[in-house]
Ligand binder design. Structure first.
Ligand code: DWN
Length: 409
């Protein structure tokens, strides 16, 4: 269903600047037996709202369709993510002086990749995630996890049950919720009076400036800036207090520290001033993006077509959601890329949404030695190329698709 108003501000002044077509759901990998069956497809279009300064997609795909029992994203398949999360947990324990008298709640806690660090030192936690497979993996390692969507209703029930969160962590979920106001209201309801909220998400500035258009897909309803976060928090009696930047995580990620206090570090004003100076609170900043995206499509298709004409073979690395957006928007079928590899065992044997490349184990690269590997999970380039040293040593080459297609050896 196409929205007519901004999900955050309610404004009807929505300005379109990118249309990636009608595409399948990026995390909806296809079972072999369903290859010839119908695949749900939805419009994938970005609009900007001047009132909220929020970039968002126009289509409301029901969240129980996006995050159903077939949702196979497990955070623990990245060593980089596990290291980043452990460092985050340790800094929270230290800075907040967390003890067994506190409660840490993670919204979209996935497979327990973060909360396990608190459990190990006896700090009470609660995971909340709507996807049953990752949630089961979390419960199996001793991270108590509720299989539910978070919102103000669940927050109210938890508070009535005597729970208030000293820390709320929301990593890669504040982009994923159709009703951002209900979600934010829920955080405010659940948060202890002196509690802190840590929201982590890819930064829309990196998306635009590094042409990371493949990170646009239906489960990412929003593409946040500090300006949009600051305005969203104030709508619910919360304030942005501090900003941290992680340039190499997911193509550039910000961690926003929020609370009931309006105290702010100098990082907040610096980011807000820089965003205004760049024009990120205006439509003009986003307007030219579509032409650059079309350029990447043109150049990548030309490169792959040329390699095929030379008799070269190409595979993909990473059955990533971003990979699904890239291969469907650019039009990379099995004629140009024969298969994809991924080390998430739940994805192996499945097929990519829309283009249907089969997903194999990562050992297939050395076993089958495709001449080139299109790095669909380019955000883990260093980790993956280090892991694939043997493939490279045998003459294999990688193609990094964004910001412009490049062959790396
Ligand atoms: O917001 C989201 C981001 C943070 O993660 C979620 N909506 C879904 C997901 O998006 P994605 O699938 O594009 O994320 P990743 O983490 O870039 O996907 C990487 C894929 O590559 C995963 O399927 C795991 C796989 N992988 C691998 O096979 N070998 C990852 C690493 C690091 C590896 O060494």
């Amino acid at each position: 269903m196409r929205i007519s108003k901004c999900r955050a501000s309610g404004s009807e002044d929505l300005r379109s600047f990118l249309d990636l077509g009608i595409t399948p759901l990026a995390d909806a990998l296809v079972k072999p037996e369903d290859i010839d069956g119908p695949e749900a497809r939805f419009p994938l279009e970005l609009v900007f709202c001047p009132e909220s300064a929020l970039v968002q997609i126009t289509e409301d795909v029901p969240e129980d369709v996006l995050f159903d029992d077939n949702y196979l994203y497990f955070s623990s398949f990245s060593d980089v993510v596990l290291k980043h999360s452990r460092e985050h947990a340790m800094s929270l324990i230290d800075e907040r002086g967390l003890t067994e008298d506190n409660l840490v709640v993670e919204l979209a806690s996935n497979d327990g990749y973060l909360l396990r660090n608190f459990v190990e030192v006896g700090i009470p936690v609660l995971g909340i995630d709507p996807s049953s497979a990752p949630a089961k993996a979390a419960n199996d390692i001793g991270v108590p996890t509720m299989v539910e969507f978070f919102g103000n209703d669940l927050a109210t029930r938890l508070v009535r049950g005597g729970k208030r969160a000293d820390v709320i962590v929301a990593n890669n979920v504040f982009a994923h919720i159709p009703d951002i106001n209900d979600f934010t209201a829920g955080m405010e309801t659940l948060l202890a009076d002196d509690g802190v909220i840590h929201i982590e998400n890819p930064y829309v500035r990196d998306l635009i400036e590094h042409c990371e258009f493949d990170t646009i897909y239906h489960e990412h309803f929003y593409y946040h800036s500090c300006t949009s976060i600051d305005r969203q928090m104030r709508r619910h009696g919360l304030f942005l207090n501090h900003v941290e930047y992680f340039p190499k995580l997911h193509g550039g990620t910000l961690r926003w520290h929020c609370s009931r206090s309006d105290q702010r570090s100098e990082t907040v004003q610096k980011y807000l001033d820089d965003e205004v100076a760049a024009g990120m609170d205006t439509f003009e900043y986003y307007e030219a993006f579509a032409d650059r995206v079309k350029g990447v499509k043109r150049d990548l298709l030309a490169l792959l077509t040329d390699l095929k004409a030379q008799g070269k073979t190409v595979a993909g690395y990473g059955a990533a959601a971003k990979g699904a957006t890239l291969i469907n928007y650019v039009g990379i079928g099995t004629d140009l890329m024969g298969f994809v590899v991924d080390r998430n065992v739940h994805k192996q044997g499945m097929h990519m949404p829309g283009t249907h490349q089969v997903v194999k184990d990562t050992f297939a690269l050395v076993d089958e030695m495709p001449d080139y590997v299109l790095l669909l999970a380019w955000n883990f380039k260093d980790e993956i190329m280090a892991q694939q040293a043997d493939y490279l040593a045998r003459g294999g080459k990688f193609i990094v698709p964004v910001p412009t297609p490049q062959i790396v050896e």
